[in-house]
Design a binder for this molecule. Structure first.
Ligand code: ADP
Ligand code: MG
Length: 333
């Protein structure tokens, strides 16, 4: 006599088969190593595929350390960072990393007609978008915060940065995260890692492919939290999104967010979100912020001017518009 009746036995066998099946399935998938840290005001997740053990863990640790180092150099909130050292003076010698960031930022600034602007530090302070409680500043405060800002307010010669006025406040919030992601990827690559993702709160860069397959990257819907617009099938690229839905508050039915139109000093109104593909996360980061401010028409024209760059802009009406190459890489859902 069997200890179980027939239906129970069949059920047990089915469970055993399923467990065995799952085991097989997981063991035939490439090995994954995944770690997260809170860095640059967001959750940073590093995933390494096909490498394991002490060496891979060490590489991931070194990549996180590199991001921390870049944050310490570039964040206004860090004592002794370059933007901090620049706060009270008209000029200073920058760390090579900061000079590299500002040099690219100035290019994007020029190409975007000033839509990308690294001198909005005072404006950011006045708005306190993530403050508690947040508030809408008076027009006079906004006018005052814009004094000394603008695309022509920074001059870089080698590593020497000169500001238009001592009060000009440098904010690298629209570009430094991208640079840090690139730094982490470079550390992984030099450690011999061939397949990895460095994901900083949805802004990410892919190293290689996913063991012979493209990575599948979901693009967030800007108005519905649990939906995505589509899936990108890509490898060896950076994907960066700027949206009005991550850091914002609402007052009297108006959404106030952290991406400012330098012409007005108010949150830019032409877009809901922008996703940019580029070889480096730094370029994608700066272009996403710039294109967000410009909106679908001018924004796409900006992206088209950069070789190897593709993008998607969701306009204020919720309609998505893309560059030709982006359309080829996305599976809409
Ligand atoms: P996130 O940091 O949320 O990923 P972004 O990369 O788009 O988003 O950067 C937003 C940050 O960029 C703001 O918090 C601010 O520091 C800075 N910023 C805001 N408006 C501009 C602008 N027009 N040009 C350059 N930087 C900006
Ligand atoms: Mg950006």
């Amino acid at each position: 006599m069997l200890p179980f009746n027939r239906p129970v036995l069949i059920l047990l066998l089915a469970v055993a088969a399923a467990v065995f099946g799952i085991r097989q399935w997981t063991s035939s998938r490439p090995q994954e190593l995944r770690e997260s840290r809170i860095l640059m005001d967001t959750v940073v997740e590093i995933t390494v595929i096909g490498a394991q053990g002490g060496a891979a863990r060490k590489a991931v640790e070194a990549a996180f350390r590199e991001m921390e180092r870049i944050e310490a150099l570039t964040s206004f909130f860090r004592e002794g960072s370059d933007p901090r050292r620049l706060a009270a003076v008209t000029g200073a010698e920058l760390a090579p990393e900061t000079a590299e960031i500002i040099a690219l930022g100035l290019k994007v600034s020029a190409a975007s007609g000033g839509a990308f602007d690294m001198t909005l530090g005072r404006l950011k302070e006045v708005w306190k978008i993530e403050g508690d409680p947040p508030r809408v500043p008076e027009p006079e405060e906004i006018r005052e915060a814009l004094v000394g800002s603008g695309a022509d307010a920074l001059r870089l010669e080698g590593r020497r940065l000169t500001k238009k006025l001592a009060r000009t406040s440098v904010d690298l919030g629209g570009i430094a995260k991208g640079y840090a992601i690139d730094g982490a990827i470079e550390v992984l690559r030099r450690a011999g890692i061939r397949h990895a993702v460095v994901n900083a709160g949805g802004d990410l860069r892919l190293l290689g492919d996913r063991n012979g397959q493209p990575w599948r990257i979901a693009v967030q819907h800007p108005r519905q939290r649990d939906r995505f617009l589509g899936r990108l099938l890509i490898a060896d690229l950076a994907v960066v999104t700027s949206g009005d839905y991550e850091r914002f508050f609402e007052k009297d039915g108006v959404r106030y967010h952290h991406l400012f139109d330098p012409r007005t000093g108010y949150p830019a109104r032409a877009s809901q979100s922008v996703t940019v593909l580029a070889e480096t996360a730094m370029l994608a980061d700066a272009l996403a912020t710039a294109a967000f401010v410009l909106g679908p028409q001018e924004g796409l024209a900006l992206l088209e001017r950069f070789p190897g760059v593709e993008g998607l802009i969701v306009g204020s009406d919720g309609r998505p518009a893309t560059t030709a190459g982006f359309e080829k890489r996305i599976e809409w859902r």
